[in-house]
Design a protein around this ligand. Structure first.
Ligand SMILES: Nc1ncnc2c1ncn2[C@@H]1O[C@H](COP(=O)(O)OP(=O)(O)OP(=O)(O)O)[C@@H](O)[C@H]1O
Length: 241
């Protein structure tokens, strides 16, 4: 049940398609995601995970189909309570880390901007670099700042593209703590890291060639069974035999 007492799912993909010319990067993908779930998007390179996540995030406009947030169709102008971590970090190199967060906090109508920014900087372990600009940051530090940006308005839905890539062990632990705090909300993460993804997710969507090949509840599976299902879904098992 949602905060407003309704059972409307927070996130729904309805027959989503994204074509580039004649090529379908995402092909007729539908799913519904409930509250209190962490869903993994798994698939090989070029499967369509990023494109799908970017449509959910409202960054890429679907060629067909729609995304519903709490039952309402989203557009590329929708802000809502969604936090997004993507490859392009959406950070301004002319601003310091703190200024970036303040800008995004204001954009999202956060009430206590200064306080919230310091809290989130602390959460991602960047307080000591707050007055530095992101173009002075390493890849991992930029990613931490992007994560802080995604969290700034304490969203109900978190969409993360390859959240583990490029993070050191400590940052991965921090991310894990952050995601624990989202257990009662909705998280969708695209990852190549089958082990971490399996451990974290309650459900797995396996994508290959733009199509949804499998939709599994992971808590009833062993990691070995999950890997086997994954390989079958992306056609690896057949290729090997
Ligand atoms: N702007 C674009 N123009 C043309 N083709 C695109 C564009 N963006 C993505 N594609 C193609 O769509 C397909 C899916 O790409 P996408 O980045 O969604 O895959 P992915 O599953 O995230 O891959 P990876 O695991 O390598 O990040 C790929 O074949 C890619 O080349």
């Amino acid at each position: 049940m949602n905060d407003n007492g309704s059972t409307t799912p927070p996130l729904r993909a309805d027959r989503l398609e994204k074509s580039y010319g004649y090529f379908r990067a995402v092909d007729d993908v539908s799913f519904t995601i409930d509250r209190a779930s962490t869903v993994g998007l798994f698939g090989p390179n070029g499967a369509g995970k990023t494109t799908l996540l970017r449509m959910l995030a409202g960054i890429v406009e679907p060629t067909r189909g729609r995304v519903l947030l709490n039952g309402v169709e989203r557009t590329t102008d929708s802000h809502g309570s969604v936090g997004v971590l993507t490859h392009d970090s959406m950070l301004y190199d002319a601003l310091t880390a703190r200024e970036n967060l303040r800008f995004h906090a204001q954009l999202h109508g956060v009430e206590t901007v200064a306080e919230r920014c310091e809290t989130v900087l602390d959460t991602v372990g960047l307080s000591h670099r707050a007055s530095h600009r992101p173009d002075e940051f390493s890849h991992g530090l930029r990613k931490r700042l992007s994560l802080a940006r995604a969290l700034i308005h304490d969203p109900d839905i978190l969409l993360l593209d390859e959240p583990y890539a490029g993070l050191d062990r400590r940052s991965i632990e921090t991310l894990s703590d952050i995601l624990n705090g989202f257990a009662d909300r909705t998280v969708v993460l695209a990852t190549h890291d089958l082990d971490r993804g399996f451990e974290r997710c309650t459900r797995a969507l396996i994508i290959a060639d733009g199509r949804l090949e499998a939709d599994l509840a992971t808590d009833s599976l062993s990691s070995t069974a999950f890997e086997r299902t994954y390989e079958q879904a992306i056609g690896l098992t057949e290729a090997r035999s």
